[in-house]
Design a protein around this ligand. Structure first.
Ligand code: G
Ligand code: G
Ligand code: MN
Ligand code: NA
Length: 262
């Protein structure tokens, strides 16, 4: 319960910050070479007055149980869109850079998410197509019809939908073709345990083949080694994220990166 009180105070005092992890094009094509930055995943951090930088695993599940995550995620949406609009002006040559934002099931249940998003996009002056919302398979399964309805409304605003941690949920194959999703993120547990021809390698290979057949883009998470990158490229995975490219970066470090790579 004291953590709940602490989270409430953190919201009031604006102690949350956003770290941004680069997402890169790992295949490239005729025009662009592999390794190009295409966007960032916005990741929540708590800049705690005494504990330092606290990671989501320490507080997100309590924020979800108490419903406080809704306020936090709305702050994330607003702040990440503000940062993006700001970067668009400062670092125009890098655009279109996109931002991915994680949602929890409570955000979807709240009801007025669409109105909130319309309001911030209008206020900040951004188009929906520069944001991707990440949702997990388990969120979909809990509320399949309500979720499909919401996703369709997001799609009509050109907001992209990503299925996060793909492969860790339940029989996703049954409904995947019904979902108005744009891409899948292969869970990092599969990527980290890939070895030529082993079970994880087969799972990754199958997810990529399936995505290609369904016309979904694929992002592999948690790429840490050149070998993993090479296998993913051979399997036709278009996008990647992971420590091999970059760990999540502070706002200040993102600006330094965009400045030097202009
Ligand atoms: O940054 P890190 O890898 O520690 O994040 C762990 C998990 O925490 C992410 O996979 C994501 O599911 C969750 N998470 C991170 N940022 C947010 C956020 O802003 N909102 C919600 N709801 N979950 C987040
Ligand atoms: O749950 P979600 O996939 O949204 O969160 C991504 C999390 O994975 C973040 O907390 C981020 O810090 C972490 N992460 C990102 N890249 C790597 C990586 O290459 N290796 C490991 N171990 N973790 C990573
Ligand atoms: Mn995510
Ligand atoms: Na996640």
């Amino acid at each position: 319960l004291t953590i709940e009180t602490d989270i409430r105070k953190a919201i009031e005092r604006e102690e949350f910050v956003i770290y941004y992890q680069p997402i890169v094009d790992i295949l490239g094509d005729g025009q662009s070479k592999a390794g190009r930055l295409i966007g960032f995943e916005a990741l929540l951090r708590w800049q705690h007055p005494t504990r330092g930088l606290v990671l989501p695993k320490e507080f997100v599940s309590i924020a979800e149980e108490t419903g406080l995550i809704v306020q936090i995620d709305r702050w994330m949406l607003y702040k990440a869109c503000q940062h993006l609009a700001d970067w668009k002006v400062k670092f125009a040559t890098h655009f279109p850079i996109k931002v991915n934002i994680n949602l929890s099931v409570q955000d979807i249940r709240q009801g007025n998410l669409i109105e909130y998003i319309d309001q911030i996009l209008a206020q900040i002056g951004l188009e929906g197509d520069c944001i991707t919302l990440e949702i997990t398979e388990s969120m979909l399964i809990e509320n399949i019809s309500q979720t499909i309805d919401l996703l369709s409304q997001l799609k009509s605003r050109k907001i992209k939908i990503s299925i996060d941690d793909f492969g860790t949920g339940y029989s996703s194959l049954n409904y995947l073709h019904r979902l108005p999703a744009d891409n899948l993120k292969i869970d990092r547990s599969f990527v980290s345990q890939m070895q030529q021809g082993n079970r994880n390698y087969q799972v990754v290979s199958t997810i990529i083949a399936l995505s290609n057949q369904l016309g979904l883009a694929v992002v592999a998470e948690g790429i840490e080694t050149p070998q993993q990158l090479q296998w993913l490229q051979e399997l036709g995975c278009e996008f990647g994220q992971g420590y091999l490219f970059s760990k999540p970066l502070s706002h200040q470090t993102v600006e330094a990166l965009l400045t030097t790579s202009k």
